[in-house]
Each structure stands twice: as C-alpha cells, then as structure tokens.
Design a binder for this molecule. Sequence first.
Ligand code: PEP
Length: 248
Amino acid sequence: MRQVIFAANWKMHIAPAEVRSFAAAFLAQNAPSEGRTLWFFPSTVSIEAATTAFGGRPDIRIGAQDVHWEPKGAFTGATSIPLAQGAGATGALVGHSERRHVFGETDEETGRKVRAILATGLTAMLCVGEKLAERESGQTEAVCLRQLRAGLSGVGQDQWEKIVIAYEPVWAIGTGKNASPGDAATVHSAIRAELGRLGATGRRPVLYGGSVNQANIGQLLAEPEINGVLVGGASLDPVGWARIVAAG
Ligand code: PEP
C-alpha cells in the first residue's frame, strides 16, 4: 500500500493554549487511515501541549522545528534534542529554508543536526531546496544534491529508516507559487537517485513543500514520486488542514 505523509509546520503560530482547540477541531474531521502518517511541527513551547492533545492517535507524530546538535550546554535560545524529546517530540525538521536563509544555517550544521537526531533514535526530516536565482541558472539539482549529501553524511546503515526528505523550493515557500507536480517529480527522482548512491536502504519518503493548498494537493499527490507534503500556511486552520489531508 502507498504510504503518504502529511506534515504541518506551524512556524511561530499556535500557542500552547490554542493547541487543544486546534486538535479538537482537527480530530473531529479526521480519522486514522492506513498508509497515512501525520506530523505536526509546533513551536518548541507548544510541543508538550501538542503531544498531549494528539496523544491518543498512533498515526500522529509531533516534531521540533529545529534542534541543536549538542545534548546540553550554554546555547541560549536553542533547543536540545533531549529537551524536545522530553516534551514529546519523536522527530525534528532540519535545514528548513528559513533556518538556512534567515538564520544562516550551513550545510555542515544540518549534517551535525541529522547525526545527533539519529543518534538519539528520533526521525530527521531534512529539507532541501533551491532559491529562485539558482533555479533560473539551472542549478536546482546541484543545490539540492549538495544539501542532501552534506545533511546525510555519516548516516549509519541501520539509521536510514529514520530519514525523511522534504523538497521545498525556496521560491515556493509562503509565496503562493508552487512547483508543478512534473517539476517536483523531476527533482524527487534526482533526490532518490542520490539517496541510492549514498547507500540509503528501503524507499525513503520524499515530500514536497511550498504553497500546498486545497486546490493543488490532489494534483501533487497524483504524482507517484511525491510521497507526501510539508505545509506551512495552509496547516494553520484545523478544518482546512483536515480537508487537505482528506483530499490527499
Ligand atoms: C514550509 O514552511 O515548510 C512551507 C512549505 O510553507 P508554505 O506551505 O506556507 O509555503
């Protein structure tokens, strides 16, 4: 059976006090379905509330939006993997374009984070994607594969099952523009080929992210190369998000 992942990136939205009503509204519209996994990536302060609110559903996972590679120490403002895990996270995003291009996270740092997440036994959802100028100058695959190699260097043979990739073209995030399913599929195929060269075991999920909404979810998921979606803005409304999940 086809496996599909729906991941919601809440960014700096949905406070702990709002998570309960979000979950109640969402869960009223959404029943578990075989072959489908849902991830929610709340702000760090809302991880525990989300873990509690969605706790009874085995198909729902909670993750952190970012983590530090060190397990503890003097890193003001950062969240360690054990702290996120203690709040209920079973995974984390790594290398989201806002981390890379707003906060200056390097390829090398994404690799350190992925290795630390895997060493703790959590799932790492590694985001890769090109900027508009890189796409226009024909560098899409080169950029994505470079980010992939750096992010996944040192992944152990038995750790691949905890890896999810999200292809998120930077120019499509929060802009209302999205890659066509065909364009996304071309990049997904290149990512899949590189995963093979890196020694990945099994068929790793490759998600698409960038202005996914109720109107385009059907076409995107009709493309067999797209194994799910990572969604920002359209995941903030519980009923709208339930509709996207149902449409998928
Ligand atoms: C994201 O934040 O990962 C994202 C894809 O955002 P949006 O869906 O709003 O483009």
